[in-house]
Design a binder for this molecule. Structure first.
Ligand code: MN3
Length: 206
């Protein structure tokens, strides 16, 4: 039994239909997220005790403290474990629309308007080369939100940023339904965004 276990889904696999199909959600959770979790546990087991005893969020925030021969595995699988844990919860059935509350104000402040933010998010996330994520992040230094794309599974936490809302654009997140049409997947994904969760994360971070 490893330190981390696969988190339960907050809704059924078919709950995000028709925007994200049930088969994709099931494979994404039971195969991909499970594998990141298992490989994170395996990599941690060969780390020194002082690393094993830290929470994964603290490890990612100080990734250089991980022994060099384990750093790549912890960065990739620890990021994958945390990113997907966030991802399931930043979606919900009957989501979407525009945010309210502090997130709405923070987005307007940083991007000008929600439409400008969405345009920036869509255009930049669509062209991430290979596999990665598009994120709305909170920057504790500027105390503002910002857009940031990240390669592979590298966590925003490795750059001192707090993830608020992420879109997984690995092909495994959309290929069964959307094939090579990543922009169509991103456009559909906005319909399941859970803005209440984004507001909660911003409140926790700021
Ligand atoms: Mn994924």
């Amino acid at each position: 039994m490893g330190k981390y276990t696969l988190p339960e889904m907050p809704y059924a696999y078919d709950a995000l239909e028709p925007y994200i199909d049930a088969r994709t959600m099931e494979i994404h959770h039971t195969k991909h997220h499970q594998t990141y979790t298992d490989k994170l546990n395996a990599a941690l087991e060969s780390c020194p005790a002082e690393i094993q005893d830290k929470d994964i969020l603290d490890i990612l925030a100080d990734i250089d403290s991980v022994p060099e021969d384990k750093r790549g595995a912890i960065n990739f699988n620890g990021g994958g474990y945390d990113n997907h844990r966030l991802f399931w919860n930043n979606m919900k059935p009957n989501g979407g629309g525009e945010p309210g509350g502090a997130v709405a104000d923070a987005i307007s402040d940083a991007f000008g308007s929600f439409a400008d933010f969405k345009e920036k998010f869509n255009s930049t996330t669509a062209v991430i080369q290979g596999s990665g994520w598009g994120w709305l992040a909170y920057n504790p230094e500027s105390k503002k939100v910002q857009y940031k794309s990240m390669p592979n599974q590298t966590s925003l936490r490795t750059e001192g940023l707090v993830p608020l809302l992420g879109c997984d654009v690995w092909e495994h997140a959309y290929y069964l339904k959307y094939q090579n049409k990543r922009p169509d997947y991103i456009a559909a994904w906005w319909n399941v965004v859970n803005w209440d969760e984004v507001n909660k994360r911003l409140a926790d971070a700021s």
